[in-house]
Design a protein around this ligand. Structure first.
Ligand code: PEP
Ligand code: MG
Length: 585
């Protein structure tokens, strides 16, 4: 029978945006078969020694890898590998494996697998996605030890052709980091993983498109297949027809062209043709996004989502860990401003043991409410921020503030930490600005009062829209109602900006709307001082700003505000945008 290549389509999780077309490079993630051997009693001591040697060797390999991969701001890989090293030295793990070897007289490979299986089950029962994801870390560490016990080659450098689409069931953090370092990867496609898996993090940091959580794609894709990847929509097409490939290639071409312009415009100021200057900042979750931010022309960091520090761990980070993370970011940014948001924990992101489910987690104990009820978690972060303030141009903001009392309480906790550090003689930088996210309708309506006590505002449209239009931002069924151009949202932003201007404090926007090029004209007219977005969005927004006048933007805005429905406003603004910027993405 002649061989026919049919198109197969997979839907996964869009973990790193961008489009890529290339040939599949299937990573051979063959499981190491674990030999199972019963030992003679006299062999037991030797076996324990063999296990210890494998631990030492694994530790050395991870340390070497860490040195090789971690430089400057890119130390996120370093943190992941360090977490693996900590697992290697976990006393419970070492004791348990040794006990099995001795008491059950089984070989080290078998004992390692058994202990890891038990550990994995404990993770299964956790409700939190972050922590469940960490199961694969246990697997990677166990694999490394077993391979070392068996004398296999580990950390082999892979010869990947330029533009390859890396297809795998799962990719270890070490492999992912090593692969992106070659600069040859076109995209990542994996069966396992979610938004917070390491492949996703590493891919985002290096602007490599990635689709994860595909289920069973790796088995269905053969080496050399033509694969088209859309990292925003989470789509993977295998051997698609030529017309479809052409569309993907065209998007890829435009993406590359925009990227080339981006890199050229990075140094240009974001100023309208009639001289109005707005600041374009970047949003980050991890320090290793900084090189890409700077390459795209970010003038500072407008939002650092620190809750992602909880990614690799079942418990809250220590003060020292917070401090090291902030120091790295501040130092990498030099004297550019860095706005660090205190933990937006709660809802589905809670450290430690799974908590009781809340009926309405988005309306529950999250962000500043969580921190004010878990003072020890909050204080560790505040003390670290105060200490880190010596290393750069720091600003701090509190998320989900709904009233002035919360701001006062948070500020007074910060001051208490400052006094404590000062009594202890710990060095701190100069006083930094303390602002708030305006992302609840309540904060919006009392923005004039909040502006008396906050040093700046940052509008979080993601939540502001969710709470104002009463639509769960995670719920697909009501996603069609999620409209930034809804008149109520535009009026609310106008009101917040007015309150900030009235009090003479700067106002930024760091929700997704800030990076949405179709909203730039309107946001400009609204009078925001700063916009903060992901790195890839900066160049297009900057091009729009540099090619219009504030007078024009205001005229468009005035007309838009006389329309009524979100559809009418969107249609009108889009037509105005198309007239001016037909060639922009
Ligand atoms: C927002 O709500 O707009 C925001 C930037 O915060 P997050 O998306 O982290 O909730
Ligand atoms: Mg928010």
């Amino acid at each position: 029978m002649p061989f026919v290549t049919a198109t197969v389509q997979f839907q996964g999780i869009g973990a790193s945006p961008g489009v890529a077309v290339g040939h599949a490079f299937v990573l051979d993630a063959k499981k190491v078969r674990t030999p199972k051997v019963r030992l003679d009693l006299k062999e037991v001591d030797g076996e324990v020694l063999r296990f210890k040697t494998a631990i030492t060797l694994s530790d050395k390999q991870l340390e070497d890898l860490k040195d090789k991969l971690s430089t400057g701001a890119e130390n996120e890989h370093g943190l992941i590998l360090e977490a693996h090293r900590m697992m290697l030295h976990d006393p419970m793990f070492l004791v348990e494996v040794t006990r099995l070897i001795k008491e059950e007289t089984i070989n080290a490979e078998w004992a390692v697998r058994r202990v890891c299986r038990r550990l994995r089950h404990q993770f299964d029962n956790l409700e939190d996605e972050y922590f469940r994801e960490r199961k694969s870390d246990i697997e990677f560490v166990a694999d490394r030890i077993v391979r070392n016990l068996m004398g296999e080659v580990v950390d082999q450098e892979l010869e990947v052709p330029v533009g390859a689409i890396i297809v795998a069931h799962d990719i270890s953090p070490a492999d992912a980091a090593m692969l992106v370092k070659t600069g040859k990867v076109g995209a990542f496609v994996t069966d396992l993983g979610g938004q917070t898996s390491h492949t996703a993090i590493v891919a985002r940091a290096r602007d490599v498109p990635a689709v994860v959580g595909l289920g069973k794609a790796a088995d269905a894709i053969r080496a050399g297949d033509t694969v088209a990847v859309d990292g925003r929509r989470g789509l993977v097409l295998v051997n698609p027809p030529e017309e479809q490939l052409a569309l993907f290639r065209e998007t890829m071409r435009r993406q590359l062209a925009n990227e080339a312009i981006a890199l050229k415009t990075a140094e240009l100021p974001s100023v309208t043709i009639d001289g109005v200057r707005v600041r374009l900042n970047g949003n980050i979750e991890f320090a290793d996004e900084i090189p890409s931010l700077l390459a795209h022309g970010a003038e500072g960091i407008g939002l650092y989502r620190t809750e992602f520090l909880f990614l690799d761990r079942p418990a809250a980070p220590t003060e020292e860990e917070h401090y090291q993370a902030y120091k790295a970011v501040l130092e990498a940014m030099g004297d550019r401003p860095v706005t660090i948001r205190t933990l937006d924990l709660g809802a589905d992101k809670v450290p430690g043991k799974a908590r009781e489910k809340e009926i309405n987690p988005a309306l529950g104990l999250r962000a500043i409410r969580y921190c004010l009820q878990h003072r020890e978690v909050f204080r560790a972060q505040l003390r670290a921020l105060l200490r880190a303030s010596v290393h750069g141009n720091l600003k701090v903001m509190f998320p989900m503030v709904s009233g002035v009392s919360e701001l006062r309480e948070a500020r007074s906790e910060l001051e208490a930490c400052r006094s404590e550090l000062s009594r202890q003689g710990v060095p701190m930088g100069r006083r930094f600005q303390v602002g708030i996210m305006v992302e609840t309708p309540s904060a919006a309506w009392i923005a004039d009062r909040l502006a008396q006590e906050a040093d700046f505002f940052s509008i979080g449209t993601n939540d502001l829209i969710q709470y104002s239009l009463a639509i769960d931002r995670q719920n697909r069924d009501v996603a069609y109602l999620y409209r930034p151009m809804h008149l109520s949202i535009l009026r609310m932003v106008q009101h917040i900006v007015g309150a900030a201007k009235g009090a003479g404090i700067p106002v930024s926007m760091c929700g997704e709307m800030a990076g949405d090029a179709s909203a730039t004209l309107v946001l400009l007219a609204l009078g925001l001082d700063e916009f903060s977005m992901t790195s890839g969005q900066i160049p297009t927004v900057k091009r729009i700003i540099r090619s219009v006048s504030m007078t024009e933007a205001k005229a468009v805005f005035e007309k838009a505000m006389h329309l009524t429905t979100a559809e009418e406003i969107e249609r009108f603004v889009k037509a105005e945008m198309d007239r001016r910027f037909a060639t922009l993405e």
